[in-house]
Structure formats: C-alpha cells, structure tokens
Design a protein around this ligand. Structure first.
Ligand code: COA
Length: 188
C-alpha cells in the first residue's frame, strides 16, 4: 500500500482527535528557541542536541522538522526532526553535521522525538511520527531510521518500526538500537 495515511487511519494508528488540539506542521525559523528549550527538558545533557547544533539544523534543514503546536497557547508541545540521506545506515555525524543533508535523499535519519512532560501520555508522540511518515511518503522517501535505547524499543515497535539490533552509534556513550520504518508498507 502506497498511501500510509489511509492505512494508518483505517487501522486506528492515527487520528485520535489530536488534530483538534494540535496543529502539525513544519517548523518556523523563529521557533528555534522553543525547540532548543524542549530538547534540554526532554533529554539528559549527554544525549541532548546542543543549542548550536539544533539552531544549525533548523537553519539548514527546517523542512525535516515537524512540530505539534498547542492551538490554545500557540506554543510548541513537541517535535520530531531528521536529516535526509542516500546512506542506509545511521552514524553519529548525522547528529552534528546538518550539511550532510541530501534534500532528495531516499532515507531520513531521525534525530530526535520530543514531547513536553505536560503533553505526554495522550498519543502525541505517535501522532507526530505518523504525520511525519505521511509527509515523507509524499516526498518519495523509502525508509525512516532512528536509534533508541532498550526501553523505547517497544514504543517504536507499536509505531511499526522494526528493531535492527545494536547500532554503530555510541552517542552519549550508550548502547543504542537501530530501528527502521519502511515506508512502502505493501504486503505487511
Ligand atoms: C518518549 C516520548 C516522546 C513519548 O511521548 P508521548 O506523547 O507520551 O508518547 P505516546 O503517548 O504517543 O505513547 C506511545 C506509546 O509509547 C509508550 N511510551 C510512551 N512513553 C514511553 C517511555 N518514556 N518509555 C517507554 N515507552 C513509552 C506508551 O506505552 C505508548 O503506548 P500506549 O499508547 O499503547 O500506552 C516522551 O516521553 C519524551 O519526549 N520523552 C523524552 C525524550 C525521549 O525519550 N524521546 C525518545 C527518544 S528515542
């Protein structure tokens, strides 16, 4: 099946009423400070993207951010960001070198999924990921690849990512798993 949006909605993966409370869209460059702050809240210092790298990413690759905006406050509640590439394997340089972005790359390396604590537990991260998938399917991407720690494997499996085993990544001196979502879901 080519149309992920149709598949996800038919199978109850998305559209849990969150579109009424949140707007899902590309980031605006003047929202960089909000993203920096959210990243510092969501991740411990050794895992978080630095302010400089986050700003560089937003400057150079804004089209690969997807933010959820609380319609009541107009502020960001969470976001997902990535970098496009024709490479097939995750490496840590994607975290720090926004210049590696290949705009028409067939894959997207996902660099961070953040939801502010007060917005957690209502499916917002899932909705952000699925909005991202739908958007990138339209651009013809083949795979979305991310790294996660042991404790998050099940969460991403629920979002239909597949665990590829231990990653080459040594980000923050931790052991990561590579996980992959193949966008063409035909036959799955
Ligand atoms: C992880 C995070 C993005 C989840 O956000 P959320 O909006 O609460 O997630 P959802 O409500 O969409 O939850 C989706 C599923 O993941 C699971 N899950 C949620 N948070 C989890 C966590 N911290 N650890 C393990 N599983 C988790 C839930 O069980 C849920 O499944 P369910 O709906 O069947 O119960 C959020 O807690 C966060 O920003 N944490 C800090 C940053 C982080 O760890 N990001 C991911 C890095 S790999």
């Amino acid at each position: 099946m080519k149309n992920i949006e149709k598949y996800l909605r038919e199978n109850g993966y998305a559209d849990r009423g969150l579109n009424e409370k949140f707007e899902f869209r590309d980031i605006h460059k003047d929202e960089a400070d909000q993203a920096v702050e959210i990243e510092q809240i969501c991740f411990p210092p050794h895992e978080a993207c630095s302010k400089a790298h986050m700003k560089d990413r937003i400057e150079k690759v804004p089209e690969l951010f997807l933010v959820a905006i609380d319609k009541e406050t107009g502020k960001m509640a969470g976001f997902l960001n990535g970098i496009a590439t024709n490479e097939g394997k995750f490496r840590d340089e994607f975290f720090t070198e926004a210049d590696l972005n290949e705009p028409t790359g067939e894959n997207v390396m996902l660099l961070g999924l953040d939801v502010l604590p007060q917005y957690r537990g209502q499916g917002l991260a899932t909705e952000i990921v699925f909005n991202y998938l739908c958007r990138e399917e339209k651009k013809g991407r083949k795979r979305l690849i991310l790294t996660c720690l042991d404790g998050k494997i099940k969460m991403y499996e629920k979002m239909r990512f597949v665990d590829l085993g231990i990653s080459d990544s040594v980000w923050g001196d931790e052991e990561w798993h590579d996980m992959c979502y193949t966008i063409n879901v035909e036959g799955k």
